[in-house]
Design a protein around this ligand. Structure first.
Ligand code: UDP
Length: 390
């Protein structure tokens, strides 16, 4: 089966990193069509995944745009659509990985007469999207998609509550290659040294810098913790949230935490950095659709505290494989951090347990097989994935 994957972003957010793992086993039978150029293209190329940037102009459909703006931008999309329709004829399926890819993918599916799969990486709620965009996403998915793959129960439920067709939706969590999350003690030592983190209790936050990801909550929380507690913020503003970045820097200055908060920007060495932390904090103040960083922390064998909402609640069982705290509550978060500082043995055994569960539950080979089976059932066509090592 040949698959044309479509993604609107040139930047590697969670949905894009997930797509790398899904597309990889298909080798030359896949093509990833991007609507913008950027680091994501390079990451696909590094993994030898065929990729083509389909437009040089970034598509301007903002999350909060209204109907008129959305329709106006559809008009501008005509050249892109023409390109996608032509390419799609060479493939068996169109696989839309983002909302704007769904818009183009739906129209292309109709024009090129190819079935459409929509991988839903979002919670379709008004916290994240305008009413118009929500309506467009659900209507297009219902009308054109044969299969909607939701990345969590939270995403699946929100889709159905908005009027999405339950019969076409399936839940598939993100898969991970647990081998990639193994780091040696010497690598950890070297990173901690280079970042000046020896003798510190390091709380890592791994996410793009955006208000709803709640980095400000973590900064507030550590002001209530002992002075050895230090934060590394790993990630950059990927979608134009520069004001928030400035606010974070100001917050750090005003609170006198310059020596305890380090901004590392976007990094590609996530497993090594996570392994160098004593605790990983997830602090989203809106429900997280899935929360890749939570699973990655577990695979690195590091304890994790997550905001109790959305997909995070499907990943973490409080007190069993991590901690859950009320979103936006910095006091509660500070309490968990202080517990972790004091109870290192208890949290180390919790993290070991979490790693064992995560390795099994989110195994990439099993999850890719699950997707292949869904595709082959829906489209009555065998999907052959290479066996491991090929
Ligand atoms: N990430 C990264 N470099 C960074 C910060 C984050 O590669 O500097 C990765 C992180 O490891 C995770 C993904 O970005 O795999 C973020 O996914 P998540 O589901 O946590 O959030 P999303 O971006 O989808 O909202």
């Amino acid at each position: 089966m040949k698959i044309l994957f479509l993604d609107q972003s040139g930047k590697p957010g969670g949905a894009e990193l997930c797509l790398i793992d899904i597309a990889k086993p298909y080798g030359d039978r896949a093509l990833v069509g991007l609507f913008a150029d950027g680091l994501f293209r390079k990451l696909l190329q590094q993994q030898h995944i065929p990729v083509k940037v389909l437009t040089t102009q970034a598509i301007q459909v903002r999350k909060q745009s209204n109907l008129l703006q959305s329709l106006a931008s559809v008009g501008k999309l005509a050249p892109l659509l023409t390109q996608v329709v032509q390419i799609a004829k060479e493939y068996d399926i169109i696989y839309a990985n983002t909302q704007k890819a769904l818009v183009i993918g739906a129209l292309a599916s109709f024009l090129a007469r190819r079935p459409l799969v929509y991988h839903l990486h979002d919670i379709l709620s008004s916290e994240h999207f305008s009413q118009t965009n929500l309506r467009i996403a659900v209507t297009l998915a219902n009308r054109f998609a044969s299969l909607v793959i939701a990345n969590s129960q939270a995403s699946q439920t929100a889709f159905i509550q908005r009027g999405g067709n339950a019969k076409i939706t399936e839940l598939v969590y993100n898969g991970f290659d647990s081998q990639q999350y193994k780091t040696s003690a010497s690598e950890v030592k070297q990173i901690r040294q280079s970042l000046g983190l020896e003798n510190k209790f390091v709380v890592g936050h791994f996410s793009r810098l955006a208000p709803w990801k709640g980095q400000h909550i973590l900064i507030k929380a550590i002001s209530k913790c002992s002075p050895e507690v230090t934060v590394i913020l790993v990630g950059d503003a990927l979608f134009g949230e520069q004001d928030y970045v400035q606010q974070l820097h100001e917050q750090v200055r005003e609170m006198g935490l310059e020596n305890r908060v380090k901004f590392l920007g976007f990094r590609e060495d996530i497993p090594q950095l996570m392994a160098s932390c004593d605790l990983i904090a997830h602090t989203s103040i809106s429900p997280e659709p899935f929360g890749r960083v939570i699973v990655e922390a577990m695979l690195c064998g590091r304890p994790v505290v997550a905001a109790k909402a959305g997909g995070a609640m499907e990943l973490v069982e409080d007190g069993v494989n991590g901690f859950l705290v009320t979103p936006g509550e910095s006091e509660e978060l500070a309490e968990v951090i202080n517990t972790c500082v004091a109870e290192t043995e208890m949290i180390a055994s919790m993290a070991d347990h979490a790693r064992a569960i995560a390795c099994e539950r989110f195994d990439m080979t099993t999850i890719n097989q699950q997707i292949a089976e869904l595709l082959s059932q829906r489209f009555q066509k065998p999907v052959h994935l290479p066996t491991e090592g090929n």
